[in-house]
Design a binder for this molecule. Structure first.
Ligand code: ZN
Length: 179
């Protein structure tokens, strides 16, 4: 059976990403998320750095695994760079649904990762394709928890400051009587 033009293009894009993955490495000072896919033996260590505006400032991965898992990780890093945490989570959802055979107009936002829609025809490879996206979701969840912790610390500080202000005011108003 001859390959269609789209199949050849798909194979060329996937092969290119797996041979020359984008954003490989580690980011200094950022915790790595490690995940594995036991059914195939794929392993990934992902680091995601968010800036103060909640955008993906940098992303990098180290992995060992099959062509699909490597290509998918490389495509994922391209797709989410510069995106917000919410956008990242939405893209992860769109990708996960796409490789299970659902179509969605937002797939265009996946960039090269949209080429992996054909994985839906090979159910045993879905976990290879979603491994890096699952690691990404873990990274955003971790970031959200950190943010909530920071926010609650900040609120505690604010309430301490308000109490201090009341004490100061009280002292201030009490002064004339003492004098
Ligand atoms: Zn695999």
């Amino acid at each position: 059976m001859a390959l269609s033009k789209l199949d050849s293009l798909y194979m060329a894009v996937v092969a290119d990403h797996s041979k020359h993955p984008h954003h490989q490495g580690q980011i200094e000072g950022v915790d790595q998320i490690q995940l594995n896919n036991p059914t195939c033996g794929d392993v990934i260590q992902l680091s995601v750095k968010f800036d103060e505006n909640d955008l993906v400032e940098d992303i990098a991965f180290v992995n060992s695994g099959c062509t699909i898992s490597t290509a998918s990780a490389s495509m994922m890093t391209d797709a989410v760079m510069g995106k917000t945490k919410e956008e990242v989570e939405e893209l992860a959802q769109v990708f996960s649904e796409m490789v299970q055979g659902q179509s969605d107009p937002r797939q265009e936002e996946l960039g090269d990762a949209a080429f992996l829609s054909g994985v839906s025809k090979f159910p045993q490879r879905i976990k290879c394709a979603t491994l890096s996206w699952n690691a990404l979701k873990k990274a955003t969840e971790k970031e959200r928890k950190l943010w909530l912790k920071k926010e609650s610390n900040r609120n505690q500080l604010i309430s301490v400051n308000i109490n201090l202000d009341f004490t100061m005011m009280f002292n201030l108003f009490s002064l004339p009587e003492k004098a």
